[in-house]
Design a protein around this ligand. Structure first.
Ligand code: HEC
Ligand code: HEC
Ligand code: HEC
Length: 137
């Protein structure tokens, strides 16, 4: 069987491969600087001790689990009060508690998530229902 326009097919394949791998090339260049999530927000600046719900190391690795647990407590068990190990009390709410302190979502949550290469839209999917803080552009 004769392949018509074989060289066009090959050229097309070549272009296809380049296009498909563009995100990889593109990311190689900009993967360098690690993100510095900013905690410079009005509420955090007012805090006497700059601390999160859990110790920082636990927040870095465990904030998804914590959010998940909070949601379960609120939605399944109608519980809203969270008492941390140090006795501090928190309202188990993404928008009313986390984002009360971390009102700079784009400089905080987003910098990390973009760096970690979470698909854009994966985290923002929470924000299709939950209200993201208003930020000055
Ligand atoms: C389809 C809509 C929807 C999406 C998407 C969604 N949620 Fe929710 N979530 C709700 C509703 C509705 C409640 C119950 C609100 C209430 O009772 O106050 C809730 C409650 C919660 C709560 C506890 C209450 C509060 O005010 O925050 C947490 C924490 C939470 N969700 C986290 C998340 C996270 C994290 C994501 C993304 C991974 C997410 N949700 C995505 C609809 C959604
Ligand atoms: C009372 C204010 C406050 C609340 C509420 C709060 N945070 Fe924090 N968060 C902070 C502060 C302050 C830090 C910096 C802690 C440090 O440097 O030890 C921090 C640190 C973090 C970090 C680590 C950032 C880094 O630099 O690596 C993550 C992740 C985080 N918070 C997520 C959350 C999430 C998710 C919630 C809600 C479940 C939440 N925070 C609720 C004040 C808060
Ligand atoms: C220190 C960096 C860092 C900061 C700051 C941070 N995150 Fe994350 N977050 C991550 C990483 C990394 C993952 C992916 C973890 C994994 O896939 O195991 C993640 C995953 C998540 C997930 C689970 C997503 C999923 O689809 O499973 C949620 C929800 C989430 N983050 C919410 C938040 C919110 C809300 C904030 C801001 C208050 C925040 N994160 C700030 C690093 C961060």
């Amino acid at each position: 069987m004769k392949i018509y326009n074989g060289k066009y097919i090959l050229a097309g394949l070549g272009i296809f491969i380049v296009l498909v791998t563009v995100p990889i090339w593109y990311n190689m260049g900009k993967a360098a600087p690690a993100p510095k999530p900013s905690i410079d927000t009005p509420v955090i600046n007012q805090l006497k001790e700059k601390q999160c719900v859990l110790p920082k190391a636990e927040m870095i690795t465990g904030h998804m689990q914590l959010l998940n647990d909070w949601r379960t407590e609120v939605v399944r068990n109608s519980k809203r009060l969270y008492v941390a190990a140090d006795g501090k009390k928190y309202n188990m709410s993404l928008q009313n508690e986390c984002m009360r302190c971390h009102s700079n979502k784009s400089q905080f949550c987003d910098t990390c998530h973009n760096y970690a290469g979470l698909a854009t839209g994966q985290i923002p999917y929470c924000w299709t229902c939950h209200v993201a803080p208003k930020e000055a552009k």
